[in-house]
Design a protein around this ligand. Sequence first.
Ligand code: FES
Length: 102
Amino acid sequence: METPKHHIFVCASFRTDGEAKGMCAKKGSSAFLPYIENEILDRGIDAQITAAGCMKMCDNGPVMVIYPENVWYGGVETEDAVDEIMDALEDGNTADAYRLNP
Ligand code: FES
Protein backbone atom coordinates (compact mmCIF):
# COMPACT_ATOMS: atom_id res chain seq x y z
CA MET A 1 0.00 0.00 0.00
CA GLU A 2 1.34 3.41 -0.98
CA THR A 3 1.15 6.15 1.59
CA PRO A 4 1.67 9.87 0.98
CA LYS A 5 5.11 11.37 1.47
CA HIS A 6 3.69 14.22 3.55
CA HIS A 7 0.65 14.45 5.79
CA ILE A 8 -0.62 17.94 6.49
CA PHE A 9 -2.85 18.44 9.51
CA VAL A 10 -4.85 21.66 9.69
CA CYS A 11 -6.41 22.47 13.03
CA ALA A 12 -10.16 22.70 12.68
CA SER A 13 -10.60 23.16 16.43
CA PHE A 14 -12.71 20.05 16.99
CA ARG A 15 -13.36 19.40 20.66
CA THR A 16 -14.65 16.32 22.42
CA ASP A 17 -18.23 17.59 22.31
CA GLY A 18 -18.00 17.84 18.52
CA GLU A 19 -18.14 21.63 18.32
CA ALA A 20 -15.42 23.67 16.71
CA LYS A 21 -14.85 26.37 19.32
CA GLY A 22 -11.16 27.09 19.23
CA MET A 23 -9.12 29.93 17.85
CA CYS A 24 -8.18 28.21 14.61
CA ALA A 25 -11.79 27.75 13.54
CA LYS A 26 -12.64 31.30 14.59
CA LYS A 27 -9.85 32.52 12.34
CA GLY A 28 -11.19 30.50 9.42
CA SER A 29 -8.79 27.57 9.29
CA SER A 30 -11.37 25.23 7.76
CA ALA A 31 -11.85 27.61 4.84
CA PHE A 32 -8.23 26.97 3.86
CA LEU A 33 -8.72 23.22 3.41
CA PRO A 34 -9.93 23.41 -0.22
CA TYR A 35 -7.24 25.98 -1.03
CA ILE A 36 -4.50 23.78 0.41
CA GLU A 37 -5.89 20.72 -1.40
CA ASN A 38 -5.83 22.63 -4.68
CA GLU A 39 -2.27 23.78 -4.05
CA ILE A 40 -1.20 20.18 -3.36
CA LEU A 41 -2.81 19.00 -6.61
CA ASP A 42 -1.62 21.94 -8.72
CA ARG A 43 1.96 21.55 -7.50
CA GLY A 44 1.94 17.76 -7.70
CA ILE A 45 3.01 17.42 -4.07
CA ASP A 46 2.60 13.89 -2.70
CA ALA A 47 0.62 14.90 0.37
CA GLN A 48 -2.58 14.12 2.22
CA ILE A 49 -4.48 16.83 4.11
CA THR A 50 -6.54 16.18 7.21
CA ALA A 51 -8.70 18.48 9.33
CA ALA A 52 -7.62 17.91 12.91
CA GLY A 53 -8.82 18.48 16.41
CA CYS A 54 -7.37 21.15 18.65
CA MET A 55 -3.60 20.88 18.64
CA LYS A 56 -3.25 22.70 21.96
CA MET A 57 -1.48 25.66 20.38
CA CYS A 58 -4.59 27.83 20.26
CA ASP A 59 -2.81 31.12 20.95
CA ASN A 60 -0.82 30.56 17.76
CA GLY A 61 -3.74 29.60 15.53
CA PRO A 62 -4.52 28.83 12.86
CA VAL A 63 -2.12 25.92 13.26
CA MET A 64 -0.87 23.54 10.57
CA VAL A 65 1.51 20.60 11.07
CA ILE A 66 3.40 18.68 8.42
CA TYR A 67 4.63 15.14 9.01
CA PRO A 68 6.92 13.28 8.86
CA GLU A 69 8.95 16.51 9.02
CA ASN A 70 7.24 17.43 12.31
CA VAL A 71 7.12 21.09 11.32
CA TRP A 72 4.52 23.14 13.18
CA TYR A 73 3.22 26.38 11.71
CA GLY A 74 1.08 29.06 13.28
CA GLY A 75 -0.61 32.23 12.14
CA VAL A 76 -1.60 30.62 8.86
CA GLU A 77 -4.33 33.16 8.16
CA THR A 78 -3.91 34.01 4.49
CA GLU A 79 -3.52 32.30 1.14
CA ASP A 80 -0.13 34.00 0.93
CA ALA A 81 0.92 32.19 4.10
CA VAL A 82 -0.26 28.87 2.66
CA ASP A 83 1.62 29.64 -0.57
CA GLU A 84 4.81 30.34 1.36
CA ILE A 85 4.48 27.09 3.29
CA MET A 86 3.74 25.08 0.14
CA ASP A 87 6.71 26.72 -1.62
CA ALA A 88 8.94 25.66 1.26
CA LEU A 89 7.54 22.12 1.29
CA GLU A 90 8.17 21.78 -2.44
CA ASP A 91 11.75 22.96 -1.97
CA GLY A 92 12.43 20.77 1.05
CA ASN A 93 12.64 23.83 3.29
CA THR A 94 10.52 25.39 5.99
CA ALA A 95 8.66 28.71 6.00
CA ASP A 96 10.39 30.10 9.05
CA ALA A 97 8.18 33.20 9.33
CA TYR A 98 5.32 30.91 10.41
CA ARG A 99 7.26 28.13 12.10
CA LEU A 100 6.43 27.43 15.74
CA ASN A 101 8.99 24.77 16.58
CA PRO A 102 12.74 24.99 16.07
S1 FES B 1 -8.00 25.43 18.25
FE1 FES B 1 -6.29 25.12 16.93
S2 FES B 1 -4.69 24.67 18.30
FE2 FES B 1 -6.42 24.80 19.57
